[in-house]
Design a protein around this ligand. Structure first.
Ligand code: ADP
Ligand code: MG
Ligand code: MG
Length: 255
């Protein structure tokens, strides 16, 4: 059993014009086996939350805590966070020209597992996971995300999830850029991972459609840099019907 505890998290985005406060007191605990949907309007700080957890250098935590099984995540380097079992599937995956997907994945797996996976076993493992995600084998030799479509990038993020086997997975708008068929393929892969691994999932999304495939145990409304309401699946249905208007009024920051 693992848990990720986020306590009164405040964070700023670091820009050339100075820092801007985005997260204004986020509180959330995610335990193994639970899926928490984080739903909110654009610009409310959902990606900032994901980056603050993963340790992106452009997002500075100013106060609060993030603990993984009681260990202070905020003191860990990005690599240490990954090794500890925290995974982020980014909203906008980065391109890495000149590095093949297969080399990238093997390096990542080596870093996370602490030893290089045995080559024959690894090749089989990657092939199998790529097959489940309908990723053609030619992608193994292509540069990471370079010239990939939005949907291909998202599949690659979930391929990493399947291979790196995190304890806590943060999926930031994994549904964006996916057509109906790709959404099903990606959701099936996430559900299979959930079924076979004790994982806690933070599923960040703007829309309810992915929640028809990946069922949340908890739904949180995120507005103005913090969680303003929490509930079950019924809350997502209500959001689908009424949108976020009601919550953007409530989103005045807690100072
Ligand atoms: P969401 O994911 O909910 O759409 P974000 O976390 O991406 O929200 O953004 C929250 C706010 O922070 C927005 O106002 C956005 O413009 C601002 N922001 C995020 N990243 C940057 C950045 N690198 N430079 C400047 N502003 C940023
Ligand atoms: Mg956005
Ligand atoms: Mg975002």
């Amino acid at each position: 059993m693992s848990s990720l505890e986020i306590k009164d998290l405040h964070a700023e985005v670091v820009t050339d014009e100075g820092n801007k406060q985005i997260l204004k007191g986020v509180n959330l605990t995610i335990r193994s086996g639970e899926t928490h949907a984080i739903m909110g309007p654009n610009g409310s700080g959902k990606s900032t939350l994901s980056y603050a957890i993963a340790g992106h250098p452009k997002y500075a935590v100013t106060s609060g805590e993030v603990l993984l099984d009681g260990e202070n995540v905020l003191e860990m380097s990005v690599d240490e966070r990954a090794r500890a079992g925290v995974f982020l599937a980014m909203q906008y995956p980065v391109e890495v020209p000149g590095v093949s997907m297969s080399n990238f994945l093997r390096s990542a797996a080596t870093a996370v597992r602490g030893e290089a996976p045995k080559l024959r076993h690894w090749v089989k493992e990657v092939k199998e996971e790529m097959g489940k995600l309908d990723i053609s084998s030619e992608f193994a030799e292509r540069s990471v995300n370079e010239g990939f479509s939005g949907g291909e990038k998202k599949r690659h993020e979930i391929l990493q999830l399947a291979l790196l086997k995190p304890k806590i997975a943060v999926l930031d708008e994994t549904d964006s850029g996916l057509d109906v068929d790709a959404l099903r393929v990606v959701s099936d892969a996430v559900n299979e991972y959930k079924a076979n691994n004790e994982v806690g999932v933070m599923l960040i999304t703007h829309y309810t459609r992915i929640l028809k495939h990946i069922h949340p145990d908890f739904v949180h409304v995120f507005a103005g840099g913090r969680i303003v309401e929490s509930g079950g699946k019924e809350l997502a249905d209500e959001l689908e019907e009424n949108g976020y208007v009601k919550y953007t009024d409530k989103a005045e920051p807690a100072k």
